[in-house]
Design a protein around this ligand. Structure first.
Ligand SMILES: Nc1ncnc2c1ncn2[C@@H]1O[C@H](COP(=O)(O)OP(=O)(O)OP(=O)(O)O)[C@@H](O)[C@H]1O
Length: 242
């Protein structure tokens, strides 16, 4: 398998707090990998360093061998990394289609006008919002806002998709739909790194899991093995996350 994302001895210090402590792991092309850990273990900080929202204190992040650590978020996005956020980020006063068109306008090979509208419609169909481009983003239900945020991320045609608790807050039916949607993306070759607390989703989606606890990596391997690892169970139990 070809390595797409390679994280080496990554470290992030916030004053006296080491939020991420010498963490290393890789994600291969086409893999869907979970980044797990109790609250405050450093997962979002790792995603923030991969997407450029935070600069690493030290360590290396490469995408297909090219160093991206410490670059500005827009440069990292142009190199093929897209993400969704723990709290959905949309442009509420625009229509659903306009939200996606705006994302298409900012990608490296910008799309405008009719071409952008057509591509937006394709992307909306892909996430289950086909034919709903004219609705106002503000009027969408929570899961539909999440779908739209995903369409915005896909507009960049990413090589690596970072999902930060994209499935949280969904009811059981919506969760099934959300899992199916990510499965479909993964089947068509998308590489995904996801932070997730819903273990049902992790088991369904991820062949491999990396687990952090208090900033340090404590496990990395096939999902079933990792979730049965006593060190992982005890880290979660310690935080009331059985
Ligand atoms: N900008 C920041 N400034 C100072 N401390 C921060 C900052 N961002 C995160 N931290 C701290 O770094 C640690 C790791 O936080 P992080 O959000 O990465 O954890 P997490 O594993 O994503 O948690 P959760 O599952 O609750 O989202 C926490 O102690 C947090 O308070």
């Amino acid at each position: 398998m070809t390595t797409l994302l390679d994280i080496r001895t990554l470290r992030k210090q916030f004053g006296g707090l080491t939020a991420v402590n010498e963490v290393s792991f890789t994600v291969a092309e086409g893999e869907t990998v979970a980044l797990l850990g109790p609250n405050g273990s450093g997962k979002t900080t790792v995603l923030n360093m991969i997407s450029g929202a935070l600069a690493p204190t030290s360590g290396r992040i490469t995408l297909s061998g090219q160093s991206i650590g410490g670059l500005a978020p827009n440069r990292i996005a142009h190199k093929g990394v897209a993400r969704t956020f723990q709290l959905v980020r949309i442009l509420p006063s625009l229509t659903v289609a306009e939200n996606v068109v705006a994302a298409l306008a900012f990608r490296p090979n910008h799309l405008w006008g009719r071409a952008a509208e057509e591509r937006a419609e394709e992307l909306l169909a892909e996430v289950g919002l086909g034919g709903r481009g004219g609705e106002h983003a503000n009027d969408l239900t929570y899961i539909d806002q999440k779908r739209m945020e995903l369409a915005r991320a896909l507009a960049a045609e990413p090589r690596l998709l970072l999902l930060d608790e994209w499935l949280s807050g969904l009811n059981p039916t919506e969760l099934r739909t959300g899992i199916d949607l990510i499965t479909a993306l993964s089947r068509r070759g998308m590489t995904v790194l996801l932070v997730e607390h819903i273990m049902e989703a992790v088991r369904a989606l991820c062949s491999r899991a990396v687990v952090m606890n208090v900033g340090t990596k404590i496990a990395d391997g096939p999902t079933a093995d990792v979730l049965a690892d006593p060190a992982v169970i005890s880290a979660y139990l310690g935080e009331g996350h059985a």
